[in-house]
Write a protein that binds this ligand. Structure first.
Ligand code: ADP
Ligand code: MG
Length: 238
């Protein structure tokens, strides 16, 4: 049985369980994270081109459009992500191109629609995740995005629940820490805000049953604040 202290979280988890669906959509994942107090880009579902335009106008240009399908894990590889769309015409064109590319690459995918998101300003890319270790239980991961995690495996881990010192140590121990302190004219990242994100994620994971894996990749960190731009949640087999 899945249970947490968060109402939206419970609703989403029981819906997915009922549908025998182990993967949540990015929209659901961001709703769960947002309820836990973690800042995510405003992300909403459109099921028609007109709805995508209407949502873009509500959110405000430029926007990002992304395929929403639990069967498409690597959205960019499928041609399922279009960023920095400046106006209605660009949104309409992106909608058609995303649908065409994703249905060609994944003819059997169950496509729920296309998500419309606020375009986040560029920042220092970090990743934050949770996996379950067979002996230690839930473990949080923090690292710098892109090649730092993929090639250099520069990541830090801590067992849930984290305290303030754990969160701060985790960020301090990555080798690329300098990049978060402002490197060659780049803005420093808001480390206190990132620590707080780790603590909020720890609390969510600690108080929620049934989540196997969380992946926030990337998170954009700024001089002030940070925002989750892509998120994925996988549930435990029930
Ligand atoms: P995937 O990892 O499934 O390929 P993402 O959602 O991570 O897809 O999108 C790919 C890239 O597009 C991200 O790494 C990020 O650089 C950019 N991106 C995605 N969403 C946004 C957004 N809302 N604002 C700004 N950039 C975005
Ligand atoms: Mg991603």
């Amino acid at each position: 049985m899945m249970k947490s202290n968060f109402m939206i979280v419970d609703d989403i988890l029981s819906k997915a369980t009922k549908e025998k669906r182990p993967v949540l959509t990015e929209i659901e994942a961001k709703q769960i994270l947002a309820e836990a107090g973690i800042n995510c880009t405003d992300t909403r579902l459109a099921t028609t081109k007109d709805a995508a335009v209407a949502l873009s106008e509500e959110i405000g240009y430029p926007v990002v459009l992304k395929i929403s399908s639990v069967d498409i894990t690597h959205k960019s590889d499928a041609g399922g992500v279009k960023v920095n769309l400046p106006d209605k015409a660009a949104v309409e064109k992106a909608y058609d191109e995303i649908m065409a590319s994703c249905t060609a690459k994944y003819p059997n995918a169950n496509i729920e629609g296309i998500s419309v998101q606020r375009m986040a300003n560029a920042g220092t890319e970090v990743i934050i995740g949770m996996t379950k270790d067979p002996s230690f239980g839930p473990v949080l991961m923090f690292g710098l995005g892109g090649i730092f995690v993929e090639v250099l495996k520069d990541v830090a881990f801590r067992i849930v629940p984290l305290d303030k010192n754990d969160a701060s140590d985790m960020i301090n121990e990555i080798k690329g820490k300098k990049l978060l302190e402002g490197y060659r004219g780049q803005d420093p990242a808001d480390i206190a805000f990132l620590e707080d994100m780790l603590l909020k994620l720890s609390e969510l994971v600690d108080k929620t049953e049934g989540i196997a894996e969380i992946d926030m990749n990337p998170v954009f960190a700024y001089k002030q604040g940070a925002v989750v731009v892509d998120a994925r949640i996988i549930l435990e087999a029930s």
